[in-house]
Design a protein around this ligand. Sequence first.
Ligand code: TXA
Ligand code: MG
Length: 352
Amino acid sequence: MWHTVKGTLVIKANGHNYREAVCTAAELLRQGKLVAFPTETVYGLGASALDEEALKKVFRAKGRPMDNPFIIHICHLDQLQELTTDLPDDALRLAADFWPGPLTLVCRRSSRVPLVATAGLQTVAVRMPDHSLTLDLLQKCRLPLVGPSANLSGRPSPTTAHHVLQDLAGRISAVLDGGPCPVGLESTVLDLTTAAPRILRPGAVTREQLARALGKEIEEAASWERNKTGIPPSPGLKYRHYAPKTALCLVEGEPRAVEEKLKQLCLQKKEEGMKLGLLLSKETAPSFRGCYIKALGSRSQPRELAQNLYTALRELDEQNLDFILAEGYQGEGVVLALMNRLRKAAAEIIKA
Ligand code: TXA
Ligand code: MG
């Protein structure tokens, strides 16, 4: 009923096949196999969070450094209690307000969580995804599942089953295909083990929303990223992520200045004989021609920009370009998450 790509089973969860799809994926996971699954943010590479051998396979399949811990996905609040100790009130408050949803909470680890999952840390990252298929899968397999983004380490995160197969076909048992991911950027990671809650990775749940829910200031780990001295607050921060193979230059600043700078760089690169790709908003795109242009969406719809980012980066990468120029955006909320990913993808950042 389902086809395979290089030995990886592609389990389409639609219509009358839905129940069977969920059961098949759950059974493979219970056997300690690796199955990629969709969430509202990006596809995750699923494995039992309680099975050390399965966890080691996840590191190998992704080519992930062993010191980068996993997020554990759950479908019941009871599981948060089981996986953690000394759970702060803030965690329950945020879970009540934002779960299921794109928010990951870092809390103290309970002894039930294998150290392989937390990369030796005494803290554990947990989230309840807001996607009915993921929640059905978690219910069915009755296991907490790790779910690092289902890409090869260093590649853009996958937002479709096709992206997962581009990177991991032949390296994992199956992918559960639930269509494209609606958010398109990874969850907000919030550390609740420090004196003040601290955002380790910005996402669709914003700092303002978190501050309002808790009635207190929320810190950001961004300052560590600027200086890169001492121990990183999250192991993931020290790796260059989301990088396309083609060198990408990000131009930041006020929209008019960005457009002018992009025009100037575009001419310059063309004169150097480069095959150029442009990653632009719908508003800016009409001012350019003669290069490979990818329009992300409207500047007035930041969620649309976010949703399309990783697909666009993968598409640009397939064009055998010499260079990619990307438009930067100004704003709050999800724009900050979008700009965080664009900066990580960039080989060079220019202020217009
Ligand atoms: O939206 C998401 O969070 C997706 C979907 C599939 O759920 N998953 C995801 O996982 O992005 P991954 O492994 O690609 O990113 C997890 C991030 C890494 O930067 C990691 O360093 C950080 O979370 N992390 C995990 N456990 C941590 C911990 N105990 N303390 C600090 N950071 C942690
Ligand atoms: Mg990732």
